[in-house]
Design a protein around this ligand. Structure first.
Ligand code: GLA
Length: 388
């Protein structure tokens, strides 16, 4: 807990009084990629890398925001709201505050210090973690209660409307609902969810390609639009269809000729991926780790070939993982176009895995990758409450 004490003392130096401290986790997604905004299924797990928020109330309705990761502080007067983005880290925080206020949650002012340990731009959801951590902290600071489901929804809305990425609900949801030792099966249509125990003796290992191709957010929104086009065309033939969740692979093939070929492939990924999520949950319940690995490999191939959101570096990282010992499964995780792979690795093999993958990736690309080892963690909470 040295880290908490450090944050507390830096807050006291900055603002002259003690804070309350909150944290929200990043995530990996075991399987179910690009399904959330298609009303489908996902299987993420929170990781024990967090965004920390130290906060103390103010008498006025101003939010004074500082980050340990970025130089630029920011101040926002909640009584003079404006939609202007500053194109800096504080957009995420202010976007959440504004969205909470617009949803009728009147917030109190606060002095805030944020410290993030989730690598930024690596596909581990540092943005959802800062949204959920600050949203949760602002509500507590204002004596407001809100269900976690609603907090996840409001943070997603902030990202969609204020930051401008049309992301689904997965990242904010798992940052709210993570549970130690478990992944979370989430139905993104009904938001019904249940926790799925991870096998004993397994680590979640994320390998960072250290590349982030610039097209990421534009291509993300484009994929969404292609899926919507698929739904529109398929619904002309199948009027009950409201999203790709409602279409089977057989139906998709029946109307293949009606769809542009790119749209067909996007739909095939989403529909087959939904099936893989449910199969993976079953395989985990059966303890059939070979099946889990095969499903992860199929997911990666489908994202690479049909959905076209992988890249050379991600493909290489998966290939190297599969050559290393003790690996149950490997695939890209998150939106794609760079960022991380997720690898399920037997704990005894983690050190060897790290060394082998890092060395070979460096030889092949000239880039030294960061590799993060985690268990599945709990969702957002106040830290003092945890300790007491
Ligand atoms: C990003 C988005 C999520 C999800 C994934 C892809 O992480 O924030 O909502 O769509 O990409 O599965």
């Amino acid at each position: 807990m040295g880290q908490v004490e450090d944050l507390r003392s830096r807050f006291e130096i900055e603002y002259g009084r003690p804070p309350r401290i909150y944290r929200a986790p990043g995530r990996v997604n075991l399987i179910g990629e690009h399904t959330d905004y298609n009303d489908g299924f996902v299987l993420p797990a929170a990781i024990d890398f967090y965004t920390w928020v130290a906060l103390s109330p103010r008498a006025d309705r101003t939010l004074a925001l500082r980050s340990e990761n970025f130089p630029d502080p920011a101040e926002y007067a909640l009584d003079s709201p404006n939609d202007g983005r500053r194109h800096q880290w504080s957009d995420y925080v202010y976007g959440v505050a504004l969205t909470l206020e617009r949803a009728g949650k009147r917030l109190s002012g606060a002095d805030v210090l944020v410290a993030g340990e989730i690598p930024i731009g690596a596909g581990l959801s540092s943005s959802a973690a800062i949204e959920v951590a600050t949203g949760y902290a602002f509500l507590e600071n204002s004596g407001q209660t809100v269900e976690r489901v609603e907090l996840a929804r409001l943070c997603q809305r902030a990202e969609n409307e204020f930051v401008g990425v049309r992301s689904g609900i997965m990242d904010q949801f798992i940052s709210c609902f993570g549970r130690a030792g478990r992944a979370l099966l989430l139905d993104c249509r009904s938001l019904e969810h249940r926790w799925v125990p991870l096998p004993e003796g397994i680590s979640l290992v994320s390998c960072n390609t250290m590349v982030r191709h610039e097209l990421a957010s534009g291509e993300y929104n484009r994929r969404r639009a292609e899926c919507e086009e698929g739904v529109r065309i398929l619904a002309e033939h199948l009027p009950r269809v409201r999203s790709l969740r409602d279409v089977t692979l057989a139906e998709l093939d029946k109307y293949r000729e009606a769809l542009p070929s790119v749209v067909y492939r996007r739909c095939r990924h989403v529909i087959s991926e939904n099936g893989r999520v449910l199969d993976c949950v079953q395989a985990l319940a059966d303890g059939d780790l070979d099946a889990v690995g095969a499903l992860m490999a199929d997911s990666h191939r489908s994202l690479r070939d049909d959905y076209e959101v992988s890249c050379e570096e991600l493909d290489l990282m998966v290939e190297l993982a599969n050559e290393a010992g003790g690996v149950i499964g490997a695939r890209m995780t998150g939106g794609g176009f760079g960022g991380c792979t997720i690898n399920l690795v037997r704990r005894d093999n983690v050190d060897g895995f790290r060394r082998a993958v890092a060395e070979k990736y460096r030889q092949r690309t000239g880039i030294a990758p960061d590799i993060y080892v985690s268990g599945a963690a709990d969702g957002v909470s106040e830290i003092d409450a945890l300790q007491s």
